[in-house]
Design a protein around this ligand. Structure first.
Ligand code: CA
Length: 310
């Protein structure tokens, strides 16, 4: 399986510090991406989100069952944030794990995981928020929830208590699928169909930046974090492929592991395509040169031969 990703985080326009954190990288045959949105005064939010991201990335065990290992990594992150903050700090956590043509999403809080497939967007994670519960109970519409001034009250977080309930979702992946992870500083200001539209922008780096810019244009009331990943290829049939991760660009705050694991963008396929494009350009150039020549129809074979084997 081949996955590319690009990530951006921005403090926004109202906050003085960025309490969001993210990371991404290869873990054995898998690729793991994480976004955490911290909360707590006196820098506690930053500490909580960074500690949770680092713990989840480090504790995920690629040799174990993917769902069990993700759950365990989140449970350990909860334990560490809780132990360090004694309940005074917390963070959301959403992770996307790509392994053997499957996506596994783990979630606690109101950061989100979206899937965009053939232009259609669906939210994979469920928000653990007060307004989300109200909507589920039929006491509020989704539109009311969206504009509620208590929409940022979350009902589950990493680090708030000794135990945590982690939601896990699994999906089969298709080639071309786009997966987005975001903090509420992004998805709170941008509608789902707009996210789907921007997600189709290439390259991914530009899509991620556009979402950050759009959130800032609409006030940037919170820290903004976006991670966009695209599935380029599934595993070869019958093969035991690993997921190749291609970091599409250096993120605003490059995570250490993605920097270490990122592969060069120009791989074998890229070189082949580059050579093919060059050949086509030379052939087109040769044709353009020959077009005014009345003998064109009698001459192409020798020209083509000369181009391919100079
Ligand atoms: Ca936030």
């Amino acid at each position: 399986m081949r996955v590319r990703f690009s990530a951006r985080t921005h403090v926004g326009k109202r906050r003085e510090v960025n309490q969001d954190a993210f990371d991404g990288g290869s873990r054995g045959p898998a690729t793991l991406l994480v976004v955490c949105d911290g909360m707590g005064g006196h820098a506690a939010g930053e500490v909580a989100s960074q500690l949770a991201v680092t713990t989840i990335m480090a504790e995920y065990d690629p040799s174990a069952d993917p769902e069990a290992s993700l759950r365990e990594a989140f449970t350990t992150a909860n334990h560490r944030v809780y132990t360090q903050g004694r309940g005074t700090m917390g963070t959301t956590g959403v992770a996307a794990l790509f392994l053997h043509d499957h996506l596994y999403v783990a979630n606690v809080g109101d950061s989100r995981a979206y899937l965009v497939r053939e232009g259609q967007i669906s939210q994979i994670s469920l928000d653990h928020s007060f307004v989300s519960d109200q909507v589920a109970a039929g006491l509020m519409t989704a539109e009311q929830a969206r504009h509620s001034n208590i929409r940022n009250i979350i009902t589950r977080a990493l680090g708030h208590s000794a135990d945590v309930n982690v939601d896990i979702f699994a999906r089969e992946l298709h080639p071309g699928d786009t997966i987005l992870l975001s903090s509420d500083g992004m998805h709170g200001l941008i509608e789902d169909d707009e996210i789907a539209e921007v997600a189709s922008i290439a390259p991914l780096e530009e899509a991620a930046q556009r979402l950050v810019d759009l959130a800032n244009e609409r006030g940037g009331i919170d820290n903004i974090t976006v991670v966009i990943a695209q599935v380029d290829e599934l595993d070869a049939p019958g093969g035991d492929d690993t997921t190749v991760l291609l970091a599409e660009s250096a993120p605003a705050h490059p995570p250490s592991s993605s920097r270490a694991k990122a592969e060069p963008r120009l791989n074998t396929l890229g070189l082949f395509l580059f050579a093919l494009t060059l050949l086509i350009l030379i052939a087109v150039g040769a044709l353009a040169f020959l077009l005014p020549n009345p003998d064109f129809n009698t001459a192409p074979t020798s020209v083509a031969t000369a181009t391919i084997a100079p």
